[in-house]
Design a protein around this ligand. Structure first.
Ligand SMILES: Cc1cc2nc3c(=O)[nH]c(=O)nc-3n(C[C@H](O)[C@H](O)[C@H](O)COP(=O)(O)OP(=O)(O)OC[C@H]3O[C@@H](n4cnc5c(N)ncnc54)[C@H](O)[C@@H]3O)c2cc1C
Length: 355
């Protein structure tokens, strides 16, 4: 079958927040028709989920009040919201000496930088006990940037159950080409091949997972591309827990990492993802009643499992680094948390890279 040819200045590969915001940045200096988002039909972004009459952003994605991104034109016309309020339950059932501590591990880093405190307990729940032996260098970097650095990190809450990022991207109307997946990318010819289309581009910005991009471009890699998942139970309730509050659960025996009230009647619990499929709903419901004693008529709504949520190790490895240089030299820009394989938030991305 002959494929149809499409020619554009910028091709944005992947359809998530990073691609949509990149579209907004590019359209400031380019024509709408110069920019094309290439979307794989088989991978839907999780911007919102629905439960009965509630539509909600399932991932706790908050803009940072002090950031350049939040203060940019992206949020023009988006209503203001208060910062989230954060609290911690009492540190219980946690004895770090039960684990063998390896030098250079994430736990070693946290103890040296923050001491033995609630963060170490939460880290153990989020990353599992291998944090006592493996570096998880991406997580170390994130802790240094977000919690040890003195940079402002005030997180702005949801409106009506939705992340402000969702309202920001809803304003855009980019050209989107849907396909069943990319077969190959020829970076010298600057062409992307799908079953139906050949897309010729001047510059390619890719937000799809970095290892997949390298394979499509026939480039070698030898970095550690392991990742952690995220797991959630959502509950509706009648009263007793106002919107935009986060409670971090510092009891090691509880499977909850944090509870976040998306609205006055709907919450998410982020759970230990290493226990995916094994956590009884009743156990979580009982623990939420303990954490928020005023809450009334808690009722399970649904669950969500996100297999690839957090990159764990920084990119190293000679052949991957060489491939990165090759990509750059051929106007291919890996971009975003999964595109760059960096445990980063949207406000930390260098948006000048895409121009
Ligand atoms: C629990 C949690 C909390 C978070 N909190 C925040 C926060 O507070 N602030 C913040 O800025 N960010 C936060 N994030 C990160 C947030 O998810 C990212 O910043 C944001 O979604 C990145 O957008 P993206 O477009 O780069 O990635 P995505 O939306 O994941 O898009 C990646 C693209 O790759 C495609 N893709 C995925 N897998 C494949 C595959 N196998 N083959 C081909 N294509 C594929 C997808 O379809 C999509 O097009 C959080 C994430 C999690 C899991």
């Amino acid at each position: 079958m002959n494929s149809k040819t499409v020619q554009v200045k910028y091709c944005l590969l992947g359809y998530g927040y990073a691609s949509l915001i990149a579209y907004d940045k590019l359209v400031e200096n380019n024509n709408h028709d110069d920019i094309l988002i290439l979307k794989n039909k088989n991978f839907s972004p999780i911007f919102t989920l629905d439960h009965e009459n509630t539509s909600f952003s399932p991932l706790p994605i908050f803009p940072v009040k002090e950031s350049e991104l939040y203060n940019s034109s992206l949020f023009e016309g988006v209503s203001k919201q208060e910062p989230i309020s954060v609290s911690f339950s009492e540190l219980t059932n946690f004895d770090h000496t039960e684990y063998e501590l390896k030098e250079g591990s994430l736990a070693d880093f946290m103890i040296k930088k923050q001491g033995v405190d609630k963060n170490l307990c939460l880290g153990l729940k989020q990353w599992g006990d291998t944090m006592f032996s493996r570096p998880f260098s991406q997580v170390q970097s994130k802790i240094a940037r977000h919690y040890i650095s003195k940079k402002g990190n005030t997180r702005v809450g949801y409106i009506d159950g939705k992340s402000l990022f969702k309202y920001a991207v809803d304003k855009f109307d980019p050209e989107v080409l849907e396909c069943n997946g990319v077969n190959e990318i020829n970076i010298e010819k600057k062409e992307i091949y799908t079953d139906e289309y050949t897309i010729k581009y001047d510059k390619l910005v890719s937000t799809i997972p970095f290892s997949i991009l390298l394979k499509l471009c026939n480039l070698e890699s030898n970095h550690d591309d392991s990742y952690a998942s995220a797991f959630f139970y959502f509950f509706k309730y009648e009263d007793g827990f106002k919107e935009n509050q986060i409670i971090y659960d510092c009891d090691l025996n509880s499977d909850i990492l944090r509870v976040f009230s998306l609205t006055d009647n709907f919450l998410l619990t982020q759970l230990r993802s290493d226990k995916y499929g094994e956590i009884p709903v009743e156990k979580i419901r009982d623990r939420v009643y303990e954490l928020v004693p005023e809450i009334e008529k808690l009722e399970f709504a649904q669950e969500l499992y996100v297999p690839m949520a957090y990159p764990l190790e920084l990119i190293s490895g000679a052949s991957t680094l060489k491939s990165l240089e090759t990509l750059k030299g051929n106007d291919v820009v890996p971009f975003g948390r999964f595109g760059q394989w960096e445990y980063s938030d949207l406000h930390e991305l260098d948006w000048t890279l895409i121009n």
